[in-house]
Design a protein around this ligand. Structure first.
Ligand SMILES: [Mg+2]
Length: 227
């Protein structure tokens, strides 16, 4: 094995905690407490619409701008707040706040620093480029990664084969010397299996599933035994 392709959100970067902090930030800065019962109600609605819209985005049915704004506009509509300009403002402030969050998952830093001495590490991510790059920069781990492959650059999101093809061509890697490490069964694991790439499923929540993964770990610390 020579090339390790890491997913970023939810695999190394603590997406849930960081998204919660960014939502909390806009909730208080824009006095959303006057619209919602409490923060939890806002957060629950946001996550519900976010995952629904991301699915449509990954199927190329809507644009990334629509995901960004509509996840707030729909949450606001539920509490009878109809204001497109305000939804746009909150969307851009939320994304900006996301770029400032730095919480990594347990052992992410030590494992990346350990692995980058022995392998070529890369990132393969479905996030918005203008948000992903600052997040990676701010993590203090960017120097450990040779290439960052984004879905926007590939013109398709994981699990689409196009992004895996770009990953190989951009890094000079091949299927025999590459492996993907990710937390998303649909995007990372199904994508890798369909493309014929080896995979490590980072299953921190111990989900049960029927995918034929090559390796499965519940903590990043276990990477030390695999590599
Ligand atoms: Mg992920």
């Amino acid at each position: 094995m020579k090339h390790l392709f890491f997913d970023w959100d939810g695999t190394l970067w603590d997406f849930n905690t960081n998204a919660g902090l960014a939502l909390h930030d806009v909730f208080h800065r824009y006095d959303l407490l006057s619209k919602f019962e409490n923060f939890e109600q806002f957060k629950t609605k946001f996550h519900y619409y976010n995952s629904t819209l991301w699915k449509l985005y990954s199927e190329a049915k809507i644009t990334k701008q629509e995901v960004g704004v509509k996840r707030f506009a729909l949450a606001f509509a539920d509490v009878k707040l109809y204001d497109d300009e305000f939804s746009q403002l909150i969307s851009s402030q939320y994304l900006q706040s996301m770029t400032l969050q730095t919480q990594l998952l347990p052992h992410a830093k030590e494992m990346v620093e350990y692995l980058c001495k022995k392998y070529n590490l890369h990132i393969i991510t479905n996030g918005f480029s203008e948000v992903q790059f600052p997040k990676i920069e701010k993590s203090g781990l960017k120097h450990c990664f040779s290439e960052i492959i984004t879905s926007e650059e590939a013109g398709a999101l994981k699990p689409n084969a196009k992004i895996f093809e770009l990953a190989l061509s951009k890094t000079g890697a091949n299927l025999a010397n590459s492996i993907i490490i990710g937390d998303d069964l649909d995007a990372d694991i199904k994508g890798a299996i369909n493309f014929g790439m080896k995979n490590v499923f980072v299953n921190m929540n111990n989900l049960t599933h029927n995918y034929k993964t090559d390796f499965e770990i519940s903590s990043l610390l276990e990477l030390k035994q695999l590599f």
